[in-house]
Design a protein around this ligand. Structure first.
Ligand SMILES: [Zn+2]
Length: 188
């Protein structure tokens, strides 16, 4: 997976966001799709939005660079004003959306309408947390975050990534990731 990280957050370094994106990519995509997927992450000040409960700031946002069937390039926007934990959990959430769009499970149709497993869902007619792609992403946040923490601990983290010499322990992480993928994401 080609990963680019731009922007700046006080709570987490760019290389660590890149590392987490790699780990999450291993969880949500198969090897073939990992190779052909591009993710550009932009850490930035995010706009506010209004809900019935008051004003909120977007934490993250994910969209394909070109809206077509089976997009391969994605942009993830992350709020630059989050804690490390919030940032990693938001990244996990957005990577689930990458999976949904990369596998063509979720397609944007414009005017806040989406196709989810072939069924048209109108964002205006459903509460945010009840939208199926959102509830799935929310469900995955915590276990993916815990997986990330375990991986960082095992590598005496926060250690800098060493892509040249994948050691035995990183192989173990990949197997653990595959198990988690099976458990959490099978049949989506
Ligand atoms: Zn979402």
């Amino acid at each position: 997976m080609e990963i680019m990280v731009n922007g700046f957050s006080k709570s987490i370094a760019r290389w660590e966001i890149k590392k987490a994106t790699e780990l999450f990519g291993d969880l949500v995509l198969d090897a073939r799709r990992i190779r052909s997927t591009v993710v550009a992450i932009d850490i930035r000040k995010m706009p506010k939005f209004k809900t019935e409960r008051g004003m909120h700031v977007f934490q993250g946002y994910c969209f394909p660079v070109v809206s077509k069937k089976k997009p391969k390039k994605f942009v993830i926007l992350l709020n630059n004003d989050m804690t490390k934990r919030e940032t990693i959990k938001t990244l996990a959430h957005e990577m689930v959306h990458v999976r949904q769009m990369r596998l063509n499970i979720l397609q944007g149709m414009g005017k806040k309408r989406h196709r989810w497993f072939g069924r048209i869902v109108d964002e205006n007619e459903e509460e945010y947390h009840k939208l199926p792609w959102e509830s799935e992403a929310m469900l995955c946040e915590e276990p993916m975050y815990q997986h990330y923490r375990q991986c960082m601990k095992k590598t005496n983290g926060p250690a800098r990534p060493n892509h040249e010499n994948p050691n035995q322990s990183s192989q173990r992480h990949l197997r653990a990731g595959a198990k988690l993928k099976d458990r959490r994401l099978r049949g989506l």
